[in-house]
Design a protein around this ligand. Structure first.
Ligand SMILES: [Zn+2]
Length: 193
């Protein structure tokens, strides 16, 4: 699938909306993306991750890891596509850790996955966790990369959809000035009609 086809899936699943949105950061944006709405359909998640896994055919991978909660489903589906085990990292006192008996062996080859990479911060933290366990991160993969080049990894980095979603400070927001679309807070009822 090309990027236009991936974006169409997001639009069809109402996971990519156009309007005037108040983000949790306080910024305003003409677009809102909620990857969970795409991943709620396991057959769609499977299809996307199969496609993402195709980019990793030449990479030897022993285990896939993703940060809870966003990266868990992608990690699981990537594990299915690549036929390797899949684990997830959870925050304990705000630091990512392996729980539930999950472990990484020394020098195991690890793929770090995410649903959406925005700043790359949680991905960097999971890479750090993997390295603390003596394993080796061989690649990073996400369904969406909306970092606009801000997330840079020393490992190979693959995404299905690269998209730049604009955001504005309220006082600079052209959508507020236009007064065409009322400001909507994502997650509110208005998004589900
Ligand atoms: Zn605005």
């Amino acid at each position: 699938m090309n990027e236009q086809e991936i974006l169409k899936i997001f639009k069809d699943e109402k996971a990519y909306l156009t309007g005037h949105f108040l983000l949790s950061s306080g910024l305003h944006s003409p677009n809102y993306m909620q990857c969970a709405l795409v991943l709620q359909k396991p057959w769609v998640a499977e299809k996307l991750c199969k496609d993402l896994a195709k980019k990793l055919l030449k990479t030897k991978i022993d285990v896939v890891i993703g940060p809870a909660l966003g990266g868990m489903i992608v990690s699981y589906e990537m594990g299915r596509a690549l036929k390797v085990r899949s684990i997830f990292a959870e925050r304990v006192d705000n630091v990512f850790a392996l729980r539930r008996g999950f472990s990484l062996k020394k020098n195991e080859k690890v793929l770090v996955t995410e649903d959406v990479i925005t700043t790359g911060k949680s991905t960097y933290e999971v890479i750090d966790l993997v390295e603390r366990h003596g394993a080796k991160v061989v690649a990073v993969a996400s369904i969406v990369n909306r970092s606009d080049g801000a997330a840079i990894f020393s490992q190979d980095f693959h995404s299905l959809l690269n998209i730049n979603i604009k955001s504005y400070r309220p006082e600079d927001c052209p959508l507020c000035r236009e007064k065409k679309n009322p400001l909507v807070k994502p997650g509110s009822r208005a998004l589900h009609v």
